[in-house]
Design a protein around this ligand. Structure first.
Ligand SMILES: Nc1ncnc2c1ncn2[C@@H]1O[C@H](COP(=O)(O)OP(=O)(O)OP(=O)(O)O)[C@@H](O)[C@H]1O
Ligand SMILES: [Mg+2]
Length: 231
């Protein structure tokens, strides 16, 4: 697929023919220089934006002809996002932010609270559950955003520089969490500038001049070893 942005008289062809498949249980990194189109690609993969031409499918279903409502429905049920700028809601506490995707899945009340707090524990944020985003450091906000992406057990996690604000140890912990999710059949796509993060992935997709060059780093899990909970 291709993506072109037009601002006034300036048209920029950001993606010039990208062909990328993400399979269950894979951990794929997307790398590329600043401005190469990584976040643009993530927005299209996450059904937040549409390509200028070409197509995208999720779980084998083409999404081009779907209405915005259908897209948000698929997005809310199957995709977990970690945005580059976190996008936490400022008036909500950490656990309330984390619990948001659960409401789309029909889970609220004490169960949502318990699951949100348990997920915060997994990213080392149990002590900050009642804090609002402006009462948290950048790295802490990033971990809340990661917890929010993971809490609803999505089929796919799309993470834009998820370790960008974290110290190396915390970053390692997040990568271990992603690897654990892979074992449960969840696909994780991480945009990263960090070579050590890219090395821990099964594949690297590098964006240069609007096209992707793929490198296999290690074999992904065999399909039969993946617990198929997202069909
Ligand atoms: N909504 C938009 N309208 C117009 N141009 C845009 C828009 N979003 C992105 N662009 C342009 O598309 C190009 C790719 O942007 P994108 O945010 O995808 O880059 P990136 O690879 O994520 O960069 P970074 O590593 O700095 O986050 C840039 O040149 C940017 O100016
Ligand atoms: Mg970006």
């Amino acid at each position: 697929m291709k993506k072109r942005y037009t601002v006034g008289p300036v048209a920029t062809e950001v993606l010039r023919g990208v062909d990328l498949d993400i399979r269950a249980g894979e951990l794929v990194s997307i790398t590329g220089a600043s401005g190469s189109g990584k976040s643009t690609l993530m927005n299209i993969m996450g059904l937040l934006d549409r390509p200028t031409s070409g197509s995208c499918s999720v779980g084998g279903r083409g999404v081009s002809a779907m209405s915005d409502d259908e897209l948000s429905d698929i997005r809310n049920r199957t995709i977990g996002f970690v945005f580059q700028s976190f996008r936490l809601l400022p008036r909500l506490t950490a656990w309330e932010n984390v619990a948001l995707p659960l409401t789309y899945r029909g889970i609220d009340g004490p169960e949502a609270r318990a699951r949100a707090k348990s997920m915060l524990g997994k990213v080392g944020m149990a002590e900050r559950a009642e804090h609002r985003p402006d009462q948290l450091s950048g790295g802490q906000q990033q971990r809340v955003a990661i917890a929010r992406a993971l809490v609803g057990s999505p089929a796919v996690v799309l993470a834009d520089e998820p370790t960008g604000s974290l110290d190396p140890e915390t970053g390692e912990e997040i990568m271990r969490l992603f690897a654990q999710l892979n074992g449960e059949g969840i696909a994780v796509v991480v945009i990263t500038h960090d070579r050590s993060v890219a090395r821990q992935c099964t594949r690297n997709a590098r964006l240069v001049n609007g096209v992707i060059t793929e490198v296999v780093i290690r074999p992904g899990p065999a399909p039969e070893t993946i617990r198929q909970q997202h069909t």
